[in-house]
Design a protein around this ligand. Structure first.
Ligand code: CDP
Length: 221
């Protein structure tokens, strides 16, 4: 079984998906973290020519695991869980994610990963392109100001020196690239349930989504 949550940057998808995974005791898959991992790899290699970079991608060993309420990512044996959360990675990730070779690589990885367990996964195109037959689809959204404030607060906790304005500009730019790319743009699936979190507490919107999931599970059993 797979539940997907799509939506723009900072709409609360990852924290909600994690909370759902913990409540229902299922696995969590953070698809954005995988695009961030490829971006980190490209930056660490000194921003090589993209064609050459994507040609060598099959040699890359990517591993991901949800454990202790954290989504761990290893690249060629190195734990890069923390390294992928920098503003530098955020500034380049949508550009890397717009290439079809990056999307094919990440999509194959995800489809293999979810085969043997129950997952809640978050991303941009999961309900439309990656898992069109998902058991349940949500689309989370919130105003740009609220999304920027949330992400800024999160980044401040890890002592980042970024400003609220920078975070807001990055979110706007990523939304624009994600919504306008040719391959699998960010878009609400026709059969996704919209959750607008503006003005709602985390607990309120979480309970709303858990209620929908539990209803679905009841219907399935
Ligand atoms: O958590 P946040 O909203 O900042 O973004 P993320 O989930 O870490 O994703 C980072 C970037 O990866 C997004 O801005 C997209 O460009 C890309 N992405 C994507 O293209 N497709 C997905 N399924 C997930 C992420």
């Amino acid at each position: 079984m797979i539940i997907v949550i799509d939506g723009p940057a900072g709409s609360g998808k990852s924290s909600t998906a994690k909370a759902i995974a913990n409540r229902l005791n299922i696995q969590f898959l953070d698809s954005g973290a995988l695009y961030r991992a490829l971006t980190y790899l490209w930056l660490a290699a000194g921003k090589p020519d993209k064609a050459e970079f994507f040609e060598n991608l099959p040699e890359t060993v990517l591993q991901a695991e949800y454990r202790d309420q954290n989504f761990f990512v290893h690249l060629n044996g190195e734990d890069i869980t923390e390294n992928i959360r920098t503003q530098l990675v955020a500034n380049h990730v949508s550009e890397i994610a717009s290439h079809s070779q990056a999307r094919d690589f990440v999509n194959n990885f995800m489809r293999n990963l979810v085969k043997n367990d129950t997952y809640v996964a978050d991303g941009r195109d999961l309900g439309t392109a990656v898992f069109p037959d998902a058991d349940l689809k949500f689309y989370m959204d919130a105003s740009i100001d609220e999304r920027a404030k949330r992400r800024f607060k999160e980044m401040k906790q890890s002592n980042s020196s970024v400003t609220l304005e920078e975070v807001k500009e990055n979110i706007k730019a990523r939304d624009h690239t994600d919504q306008n790319r040719k391959k699998d743009p960010l878009k609400k699936a026709d059969d996704a349930i919209t959750i607008d979190t503006t003005g709602k507490t985390f607990e309120e919107q979480l309970n709303e989504m858990i209620a929908v999931i539990e209803e679905k599970l009841k219907l399935k059993s």
